[in-house]
Design a protein around this ligand. Structure first.
Ligand SMILES: [Zn+2]
Length: 58
């Protein structure tokens, strides 16, 4: 069974996940499964969040 992997910030489709293989691969920990959709962060949003959190800390 396949799930869509979607960026939770900008809704960009990042690809598909094989649910059977889920757990066997090193998925990023920010992944959140809702129904048949796995919400994650695309590299762009990840970078933005990283910059924002750094800016917040300083
Ligand atoms: Zn994004």
């Amino acid at each position: 069974m396949y799930m869509l992997k979607i960026c939770r910030c900008c809704d960009a489709i990042l690809g598909e996940l094989d649910r059977e293989a889920f757990g066997a691969t090193d998925m990023d920990l920010s992944l959140e499964i809702v129904g048949n959709v796995a919400y994650a962060l695309c590299p762009q949003c990840m970078q933005e969040l990283d910059i924002n959190s750094r800016a917040y800390l300083h």
